[in-house]
Each structure stands twice: as C-alpha cells, then as structure tokens.
Design a protein around this ligand. Structure first.
Ligand SMILES: [Zn+2]
Length: 356
C-alpha cells in the first residue's frame, strides 16, 4: 500500500510503501533506500552503465548495482515474497525510496524524517545501506563518523608576481595544508599499522579544492582551501571543530566557513542483548553469515534516523565482492544478489516479529 507519493521539495519525489502488521500499535520497521546514483564516465565502462547488463559469468553491471539499486530492489522483492506467501508480520513495515542521498541536500530522507507522516508511523528501527565485503563475512554499520566540510579563506598582501611579497594569502594557506596533510599521514599510518583498526575508527582529512588568483603575474590577496574531514568518535564534535580553528589560527588566521557539518554522535546498539541487534544477527546466522559491525566511513541517510533516536543499521548483503561503489564498472554477482533477497527476507521477518 502506497502511503506517500509526493515531493517534499519540488522535483524530489519520495515514495513510501507500507506492509501492514497484525499488531499495528507496536512501533514500526523502516527499510530505507536512496534511488539516486552518482554519475558515470561512460567511456571508462565496459558496458552501458545504465543497461543492467548481465555477463555470461553472472555479473550484473550497472551504476547502482552495489550502491544501492540492489538493496532497493531486494527490500521490495523480499517484502513482495512475504506478502505473496500470506505470512503476517507483527509490526508495520515501511519501505521508503528517497532522492538526494548522494548529493547530500537533506531534501530526501532529511525532509521525510521531519514530516508529520513519518512521526505518525512511529518507527522503532531502520535498515539502510551498507557496503560490500571482500571476504565471506558481511558488514553492518551502526554509526558514522562526524563530517565537516569547510572552506577556509586566507587574506594576505597582494603584489607583482616577480617580487618577494611578505605575508601572502597562499603562504598561510600552505601552513594549513601542511598541517592537514601531516595529520592525514599520521592517521594513515595508524590505520595501516594496526590490523584491528578500520577506516571508520580513524580521522581522514583531505584537501579537495583550492581557489584563488586573478592573473599569472599577480600575487593574490585571497586564497581559499576546502577540506573534507571525516572524524572518528575519538573526538567529540566540538573538540574537532576547536582543533580546526587552532590549525587556522596557527597558519596566520583565516575565515572559516562550514559548508556542511554533521554531528553523528548516535550509535545504534550492537549489544547481544539488544532486541533489534539480536533479531538481525539471528536472521543472518540462519544463512551462516557472520556480521562484522563497523562505523561507516562516510555518510548515509541513517544519520537522520539516528539523530531522532531511531536505531539504524546499514546492511547491504554483499560478500566475496570487490567494493565498487562510485567506481567504473560497478557490478554485483547474480547469485549474491539473489541470496541477498533471502537473507533480507529473514531479517525483515525477524525484526518485524520482535515483540514488546
Ligand atoms: Zn548509497
């Protein structure tokens, strides 16, 4: 049953479908998928990136085959099978299909999660996207790193490009870039030397854009550098913000403009006694799948849900597969895809039948 088919923001369609439960007074289960994908460089692909081409050796090629048309279809197919079999689940199950996850405008799940409809559904737990695993285990994500995107603009003395101008904007910017890259190198070494550590447990800082200058022979009075920081839970949100301010001050002072920040403090429980966690892990055990819980290294729509106190688990049932999201020639094995429907079917049933 379709319960939402509308645009919370013009041109941004959201679709929500409901499978009614036998005990609708119990808080509900949400299965979320984003329907947008990142662009492709078609000339780098071996097939039409939007053809869903299946090779003779059983690989589905296409943009979104891992991120996340696959899970989107699996949610729908798993629920269709449950419905067709006549099986009744205790809790209401909602399937949401939202735009804009990849471009992070907040106009997809951001708006849906704040809507009156959403509040009325009384969502207790959510399942969203994860990542592929290269070995036989499957990954599940119970939190995300804090995210900071910022522009830092430095001002300095301008002048002729032939001279030794003192105290230029670009010198200040270089100091900040050096600090950021030195820090990045330390974190990279930490990750590489500790086999137990995962990307979600260290902090990454990357210089992603540099803007400035008006002519080849003019030392500019302003330079702007953009940083993408994904911050581990070792730091409190404000603590890392202060850290960045200190770097900028030590570089000579500049104007910081935050393009986007998200304080992803909330972690969903992976306590074996937690009812949702034990339902998910128990369902996967039926398929001899060991789940490896991690902090997601980037951002997903789960953060909007966790921010409202809703436990959210990022789970794409993909194993023994290279991680190809956003890459050229993204593919998923047909067998893995089909098995994923069975696995998610059991996860959905067991989670929606949690009592009390
Ligand atoms: Zn995704």
């Amino acid at each position: 049953m379709v319960v939402v088919d509308k645009e919370y923001s013009p041109g941004k369609p959201v679709l929500v479908v409901k499978l009614p439960g036998t005990n609708p007074e119990l808080p509900a289960v949400l299965l979320n998928s984003h329907v947008d994908v990142v662009p492709v460089e078609q000339d780098k692909w071996c097939v039409d990136a939007f053809s869903g081409h299946i090779t003779e050796d059983g690989k589905i090629y296409g943009r979104g085959s891992q991120d996340m048309k696959c899970v989107c279809i699996q949610h729908l197919e798993a629920v269709r099978r449950i419905k067709d079999s006549g099986t009744k689940l205790k809790r209401n199950v909602y399937l949401s299909f939202v735009p804009d996850e990849e471009i992070d405008t907040g106009l997809g799940m951001g708006l849906l999660s704040q809507s009156q409809e959403f509040k009325a559904w009384n969502i207790a737990v959510a399942i969203d996207e994860g990542l592929a695993s290269v070995d036989g285990n499957m990954m599940i994500y119970y939190g995300e790193r804090h995210c900071f995107w910022l522009d830092v603009t430095f001002s300095g003395n301008p002048g002729h490009g032939s001279r030794f101008i003192e105290d230029t904007a670009v010198e200040k910017m270089r100091k900040l870039v050096n600090k950021a890259l030195d820090y990045r190198e330390n974190q990279r070494k930490r990750l590489q030397t500790d086999a137990c550590m995962t990307l979600g447990e260290v902090t990454t800082v990357n210089v992603t854009m540099i803007h400035g200058g008006t002519a080849c022979n003019v030392v500019p009075s302003e330079f702007t550098v953009t940083l993408d920081c994904r911050v581990s839970h070792e730091y409190a949100f404000e603590e890392f913000k202060n850290h960045l301010k200190l770097w900028v001050d030590e570089a000579g002072g500049g104007d910081i403009k935050y393009v986007a920040t998200s304080d992803n403090d909330a972690l969903s429980s992976i306590d074996p006694k937690d009812k949702w966690w034990s339902a998910i892990t128990g369902a996967c055990k039926k398929h001899s799948i060991t789940l490896v819980p991690e902090i997601f290294p980037a951002g997903t729509d789960s953060r909007y849900l966790r921010a409202q106190g809703i436990p959210a688990y990022g789970f794409s049932p993909i194993n023994n597969t290279p991680i190809l999201l956003h890459d050229h020639n993204e593919w998923l094995g047909v067998d893995t895809f089909m098995r994923g429907i069975d696995i998610l079917g059991d996860v959905i049933k067991d989670v929606a039948n949690v009592s009390g």
